[in-house]
Ligand binder design. Structure first.
Ligand code: VGL
Ligand code: ZN
Length: 199
C-alpha cells in the first residue's frame, strides 16, 4: 500500500501577483515542502495552456473573466489568461521543491480545459496519471495545492471515483471561492468519501 502526494498547480499565476491569483496562494509552499519526505511518490501537476486557450475570456469576444459559457463538454468558467506555456506565470513558485517524480501537464489542448490531474473537463480524456499510479502500486493519495475549489477538488473527486483512498490536506490548499464554489467543493468531496484533513 504505497502513498503518493499530488501537488496541484503551485504556479506563479495562482500566487499573489499572478494573473489568476488565489488569495494567500503562496502560503501553501512551505507546508508542501515540509510534507514531501513523508511520501514514497511525489507528483506535481502544471496547468499548461497554449495562447488563446478556449478557457480564456479573451478568446470569447463580449465575455469577461469569471463569466461562464457553454462548451461541447458542458459549462465552462472563463478565466483571465493564465499559465501560458513557457511564460513566467506557468512556472512553479520559485520556492517550491520540485524534486518530485513526475510532472503532469494539463490544459494543453486548445478546445478543452482540464482542472483534474486525471481527466480533462469532458471527464473522459485521460491524462495518463491513473496508469502511472497503478503501475507504481500506489493506492493512497493526498492532494495539496491550488485551487481547493477547482483543480484540487476535481482531482480528488476523480481519484475517489477511481477507487483510490483519497485525502485533501486543507492547510496546504487555498481556494478561489467564486460564488460559493469553495463550500460546494468541500461538500461534494465529503459526499464522495474524500477525507478532508484540517491540520
Ligand atoms: C485552475 C482555474 C483555471 C486551478 C486552473 O488550478 O485550480 N483554476 N485553471
Ligand atoms: Zn487553467
Amino acid at each position: 500500500m504505497s502513498q503518493a502526494l499530488i501537488v496541484i498547480d503551485v504556479q506563479n499565476d495562482f500566487c499573489p501577483g499572478g494573473a489568476l491569483a488565489v488569495p494567500d496562494g503562496d502560503a501553501v509552499v512551505a507546508p508542501i515542502n515540509a510534507l514531501l519526505g513523508e511520501f514514497e511518490t511525489v507528483i506535481l501537476t502544471q496547468d499548461w495552456h497554449p495562447a488563446a486557450h478556449s478557457s480564456f475570456a479573451s478568446a470569447h469576444p463580449g465575455l469577461s473573466p469569471y463569466e461562464t459559457t457553454e462548451m461541447s463538454y458542458g459549462t465552462q468558467v472563463l478565466w483571465p489568461d493564465h499559465c501560458v506555456q513557457g511564460s513566467k506565470g506557468a512556472e512553479f513558485h520559485p520556492d517550491l521543491d520540485v524534486s518530485g517524480d513526475l510532472i503532469i501537464r494539463k490544459g494543453f489542448r486548445p478546445s478543452i480545459d482540464s482542472y483534474s490531474g486525471f481527466f480533462e473537463n469532458d471527464h473522459k480524456t485521460p491524462t495518463g496519471l491513473e496508469g502511472y499510479l497503478r503501475s507504481r502500486g500506489v493506492s493512497e493519495l493526498t492532494f495539496v495545492g491550488l485551487a481547493t475549489d477547482f483543480c484540487v477538488a476535481y482531482s480528488a473527486l476523480d481519484a475517489a471515483k477511481l477507487g483510490f483512498a483519497t485525502r485533501v490536506k486543507l492547510a496546504a490548499c487555498r481556494g478561489i471561492d467564486l460564488q460559493g464554489s469553495l463550500e460546494k467543493a468541500l461538500t461534494e468531496m465529503q459526499a464522495a468519501g474524500v477525507q478532508l484533513q484540517q491540520d
